[in-house]
Design a protein around this ligand. Sequence first.
Ligand code: NAD
Length: 292
Amino acid sequence: MRKEHATMTAQILDGRAMATTIRAELRERATARANELGFAPGLAILRIGDDPASAVYTNQLARAAEQVSVRATVEQLEADTPPARVRDALQQLNDDPRIQGILVQMPLPPQVPQQMIADRIEPDKDVDGISTRSMGNLFLHLPTFVPSTCLAVMEMLARAGVRIAGRRAVVVGKSNVVGKPLAFLLLQYDATISVCHRRTRDLGFYTRQADILVVAAGVPGLITAEMVKAGAVVVDVGINVLPQGGVTGDVDYEQVREVAGAISPVPGGVGVLTNLMVLKQTIDGAAVNATA
Ligand code: NAD
């Protein structure tokens, strides 16, 4: 089967090119929203401690915000801040009318329980969709914010013109931030879904059935060409740091692109769109995702 399709080269789902278009659209909408509000939409980024990766992410997000006319502010707390003080800081942001979105940077220090903090964010400002309420709204198909990585995947599929309804979608990974909410989003758009994880037996049996395969496992090279149906759309969410520097995804890109109909690269794929989806939700507010 692979031989038959050996000449097929996949369409590249180019996150960078999509990001250029999305940025221009967001800038326009942020300006319109600023006219309604009387001030630029505000995103508060709350950091607790000094994790170096989260510092990089915070700077990237703040820069991306500036590019689309969203006013980003960074609230920095010490690593040993007691939970009550973190709750107070969140309450202030909840009460601030100039803040439309709140993003709490992970990882949190051990004394600060993640879900408790997530659930302290005012639901109307939970622009990374991490609270129990947002997750419940997604499940019930009510207007909601969704985790930005999941929205990035959906945005990528939409911009590439990928039809979802009636197709078989397989998600590899079942985390609360990526795999599970993504599977529910694909279901909202009427895909028939399977969710695989580290205990799944014969992963290839499932992935070979996918018309749309989304991989978020954090295992470099997990998906090989033999595990992909000819012509499938393959979205690689994985970001794995290489010992020699740089990053790679979960999909064997060079091999799989000879079999797939479309494929997203790493870097330059989903990751590029993730920050923009936080900003999109800050500008647009909660939305209903697809039909019931
Ligand atoms: P996680 O570690 O919380 O979850 C990984 C999931 O993959 C688990 O459900 C696990 O069961 C499954 N898994 C692990 N090994 C597997 C295997 N061998 N076979 C099948 N399933 C397996 O990770 P996460 O936070 O969901 O992130 C997943 C990947 O996506 C990571 O590489 C992460 O860096 C990346 N990520 C990217 C973005 C982005 O913006 N592009 C955002 C978040 C996470």
